[in-house]
Design a protein around this ligand. Structure first.
Ligand code: NAD
Length: 494
């Protein structure tokens, strides 16, 4: 039994400690990967790291399972349950991968270096330096779009990172507790308990649903005094929410929101934000426009993506990127147009697909296949060179024939290996939680589409997201969080 335990312990040790190679191998190319989101991590997962000197750079030393981030804003799920340390992912690779927790501040295309800066609170002697690359993958995602609307950055909460979800959680409870402060005026109570979400894409809809669940299932039980004044409003500039879903599911979402008493304000475009109210331009049924002031306690801004400065700066260095506005234009192999050694994946790349986790994940996996293949091709080409040298030295016919056969075999292998087609996205469908234990799903099935909404879809949504979690550890933690909230309710402390 001891032997078995020892063997098991050793195999776990082996699994967790890649072959040690701390210095870069001069015979291998240096592959630098920026980011630890969906694109970069799915590349890392499938990449044969022993073929390159792999360096990962990201200000975030964990992968975040973003589809469940809205649930963290209400404490239904604890944020650590959907985080996976990048070190944990890296130590399961065959060869050592270097990781620098830093922000890439500039990519110098000519010099082939990435400038990095350590933004953590503790600073060592060096906090700015550069990392050279032979090959570079950019998977830095996008930042929150504000369209330059005044006051957005200063006064609203975003919903992209763990800290955003934590801020929202604190802010919800701050609004509630402040509204309960002794002698608060009625108007101020109404304002503080007005939760406004701007942007009717999936992020805004899912957050509004989660927030109303929090109110219905927990808040109003703990603090019944807020019952009449707690209100959630979703503001959207277009005529309807969730434009990427089918008409039937949009209608279903809108009717569910009506039952949940979430107000949807469509054709309402926010133009200005102050610390206590937003100003919005409302398009009336007759086409006329009026300006309206909407007071709020919590404002969550979810109006999509904008290009990060480091990406915009790189675009300005490459003439072929001149006409691209929304991100790095890439070809069908995800090579950044105008370069031959830079690839881009996920929300920073423009490859004619929506900026979703699903697209980024598939792009990362494609690049891993491409890089593994490139390394294999290199090896075979080197072997072919050696064989043709051997052939020229061969003395007997028998030797020459043997080498000739080997060359033919390698050439066949090379042709097979080189046959990697361009990236093709396979859409599995769209899923969104809409509150009240209901979800909507547009699923691609065989050659058609299935649109469904309701409680069964919600169970499907839960199991799909659970199975998509990064690791078994995450899966267990998320499932336990769900059970915990069902038994004890959510934690309403700040
Ligand atoms: P989005 O781009 O999908 O939606 C933003 C919405 O904000 C738009 O409908 C836009 O009309 C509205 N808007 C913009 N400016 C406004 C203003 N000033 N006032 C009022 N409304 C305004 O953004 P998102 O929801 O953050 O999603 C980003 C991407 O991530 C999308 O591609 C989305 O499909 C994907 N995503 C998918 C899921 C899912 O599948 N469950 C969840 C989250 C995000």
């Amino acid at each position: 039994a001891l032997g078995l335990t020892g063997a098991l312990a050793y195999s776990i040790y082996e699994l967790r400690h890649p072959e040690e190679q701390y210095e870069p191998d001069p015979n291998k190319k240096t592959l630098v990967i920026l980011g630890t989101g969906w694109g970069s991590v799915s590349l890392l997962k499938k990449l044969d790291t022993e073929n390159y000197n792999v360096v990962v750079i990201s200000p975030r030393n964990y992968f975040l399972f973003t589809p469940l981030l809205p649930s963290c804003t209400t404490g239904l799920i604890e944020h650590r349950s959907i985080m996976e340390p990048i070190r944990n992912i890296l130590r399961q690779k065959k060869a050592t991968v270097k990781f620098y927790e830093a922000e890439a501040t500039k990519i110098d295309y000519e010099k082939r270096v990435v400038l990095i800066s350590d933004d953590s609170e503790i600073k060592g002697d060096i906090s700015h330096t550069e990392v050279p690359f032979d090959m570079l993958v950019i998977g830095v995602g996008a930042e929150n779009a504000t369209f330059g609307i005044p006051g957005v950055r200063e006064h609203s909460c975003f919903l992209k990172e763990v800290t955003d979800a934590q801020n929202i959680r604190k802010r919800i409870m701050d609004c509630v507790e402040t509204a309960m402060f002794k002698d608060q005026t009625e108007d101020e109570v109404k304002r503080l308990l007005h939760m406004v979400v701007v942007g009717g894409g999936p992020t805004g809809v899912e957050f509004a649903g989660e927030l109303k669940d929090f109110f219905n299932e927990d808040l109003k039980k703990w603090i019944p005094e807020i019952q009449d004044n707690f209100h959630v409003t979703l503001v959207e500039a277009l005529p309807n929410v969730l434009p990427m879903f089918s008409k039937q599911l949009i209608d279903y979402t809108e009717s569910t929101f009506k039952e949940e008493e979430i107000t949807i304000r469509t054709k309402t475009m926010v133009k200005k934000v102050t610390d206590k109210y937003i100003e919005a331009e409302v398009t009336n049924p007759d086409g006329s426009k009026t300006l309206e002031t909407i007071p709020y306690g919590l404002l969550v801004w979810a109006t999509g993506n904008a290009v990060r400065p480091v990406v915009r700066d790189l675009m300005s260095q490459i003439p072929a990127q001149k006409d691209s506005r929304r991100g790095l234009a890439v070809n069908e192999y995800l090579v950044v147009n105008g370069t031959d050694n830079i690839w881009a994946v996920g929300d920073c790349a423009i490859a004619n697909y929506a900026p979703t986790a699903q697209v980024a994940g598939q792009e990362g996996a494609f690049l891993a296949r491409l890089f593994n293949t490139m390394a294999k091709t290199d090896t075979i080409e080197k072997e072919l060179q050696a064989l043709s040298h051997e052939q020229s030295l061969a003395k007997t016919d028998e030797d020459r024939n043997r080498v000739f056969d080997e060359i033919r075999e390698r050439q066949k292998q090379l042709r097979r290996t080189k046959q990697i087609g361009p990236f093709q996205y396979s859409h599995q469908g769209s899923l969104a939680y809409i509150g009240k234990e209901r979800a909507v799903a547009d699923i691609s099935w065989l050659s058609g589409n299935i649109a469904s909404g309701g409680t069964l879809t919600y169970l499907f949504w839960r199991s799909a997201y659970l199975s998509m979690c990064f690791s078994s550890r995450n899966r267990v933690l998320v499932a336990l969080d769900w059970i915990k909230a069902r038994i004890f309710g959510r934690d309403v402390s700040r």
